[in-house]
Design a protein around this ligand. Structure first.
Ligand SMILES: *[C@@H]1O[C@H](CO)[C@@H](O)[C@H](O)[C@H]1NC(C)=O
Ligand SMILES: *[C@@H]1O[C@H](CO)[C@@H](O)[C@H](O)[C@H]1NC(C)=O
Ligand SMILES: *[C@@H]1O[C@H](CO)[C@@H](O)[C@H](O)[C@H]1NC(C)=O
Length: 411
């Protein structure tokens, strides 16, 4: 048996005689070594598990200096069945993973055996994932097994693509389809670009966040399309210097910061810019959510949401410090106001159509009122013509308002 990390297959460098047998081609002129997964035994028949073949190609590439490429060819109508894998660094060169074909996750959860990710890049410095291919998480076979929408302490299903402790990494030009849980998670990483990706899952698929970022800095999500069942982009604890721009979101739950304040030791969220986005047909537009009853005083500061168009969004602008979606939230301890401290948050040039009358809701915590909010050039009309939109505030400790304000500000 190859060693496993929490049930996920990974291969150590010396594990295989395949290494010697590998047919390493030159990609012609560039002097780049190409490790074609088919040369390592991969078959795109949709039923052979290719995780060992992929890992052999990765391991060989990882030991190669320069700019080695793991190449996954297109396969017509075929697809590569891939059990959960960890592509682990550190590697000698800058790793390119060119996925032209369709990767398919195993159905259900049986093959995951407690493994929390499907395709996991770990401890890699210098990574490019591209190639126009598709990561098909086959979520519909697992969504009925997800009890998280109902239960607070639930088992988390596997994320499709995880960047864990990576630096200088780009994912571009690929599609993530029907993840079992989150589509892409960025954690403990620095210098990550997610550019021109397409993310797709049905509007009623549970916890299928598009891109989730936490414990990471210098992360940009740009020029991408996310249509899913949960947040299009979610920014969690310990995220700093994050930019989200040129993202088209919907259906889904919008672009969210949070949920925050529930776990001890949570790190702050600092400096997020969400700009030039279109959000359509979602339950929320731009949102900050913190747990009611959450006693951790995480700070959220330096957020700018600007140049955003909303189309039939239920809560276009919302700060919700009373977030608690479960029945279990009726407990005594969950009645405490959130301790999360929100400050310096600007909403500028946000316009379009709200699907509800309350287009701006700034619902802060009694225990730590929001400080330094800014509303500037907001024009959000109710979907029903002739009926005015409203804003609602609670525990907002002042702020700045300027320009057009529809609905009128409650700050
Ligand atoms: C990879 O292998 C496949 C199948 O042998 C072949 O069709 C394709 O041209 C190869 N691609 C590269 C870049 O080596
Ligand atoms: C990222 O990797 C590229 C390619 O090796 C390199 O040129 C660049 O300097 C790296 N950037 C950082 C910030 O390390
Ligand atoms: C805004 O986003 C659109 C769509 O992704 C893009 O084409 C455009 O260049 C962006 N504009 C700016 C000013 O960033």
């Amino acid at each position: 048996m190859a060693p496993r990390l929490r049930g996920c297959l990974l291969l150590l460098a010396m594990a295989s005689t395949w290494l010697a047998a590998a047919d390493v081609a030159d990609a012609g002129g560039g002097g780049r070594a190409v490790f074609n997964v088919t040369d390592f035994g991969a078959v795109a028949d949709g039923k052979t598990d290719n995780s060992r073949a992929f890992l052999r190609a990765w391991t060989k590439a990882c030991a190669t200096p320069g700019r080695p490429t793991v190449f996954v060819p297109g396969a017509g109508d075929g697809s590569y069945l891939l059990h959960p894998v960890v592509f682990r660094g550190p590697c000698r060169g800058f790793m390119e993973v060119h996925v032209a074909g369709v990767l398919r996750a195993p159905p259900g959860l049986a093959a995951f055996r407690g493994c929390r990710e499907w395709v996991h890049f770990s401890s890699v410095d210098g990574l490019l994932v591209s190639g126009g291919g598709t990561f098909d998480g086959r979520g519909s076979t697992a969504w009925p097994l997800n009890d998280c929408p109902k239960k607070r302490d639930c088992n988390l299903l596997p994320t499709s693509i995880k960047l864990g402790r990576v630096r200088n990494a780009t994912i571009t030009g690929v599609t993530s389809l029907d993840s079992k849980f989150f589509h892409i998670t960025v954690a403990g990483s620095h210098g990550v670009r997610i550019h021109r990706v397409t993310i797709r899952a049905p509007r009623d698929s549970p916890n299928t966040d598009g891109v989730h970022i936490q414990g990471s800095s210098d992360v940009r999500v740009t020029d991408s399309t996310v249509a899913t069942g949960d947040d299009c982009v979610s920014v969690g604890p310990g995220a700093s210097d994050v930019e989200v721009s040129g993202v088209t979101c919907g259906p889904g739950h919008g672009i969210s910061v949070g949920s925050l304040g529930r776990y001890p030791g949570e790190e702050d969220v600092q400096r997020l810019r969400v700009a030039n986005c279109t959000i359509a047909g979602t339950s929320n537009g731009v949102r900050i959510k913190t747990w009611r009853g959450g006693s951790h005083p995480t700070a959220v500061s330096g957020l700018v949401f600007e140049d955003i168009v909303m189309s039939k969004v239920r809560n276009p602008i919302i700060i919700d410090q009373e977030y608690c979606p479960y029945a279990s939230c009726r407990h005594e301890s969950e009645q405490r106001p959130s301790a999360v401290r929100i400050s310096d948050v600007a909403f500028r040039n946000i316009r379009g159509v709200s699907a509800t009358q309350v287009a701006v809701k700034l619902w802060c915590s009694e225990a730590s009122p929001c400080r330094g909010l800014e509303l500037r050039d907001i024009d959000l009309r109710f979907v029903k013509r002739g009926v005015a939109t409203q804003s609602q505030c609670a525990h907002v400790a002042g702020g700045v308002v300027a320009g057009t304000l529809v609905p009128p500000s409650c700050i």
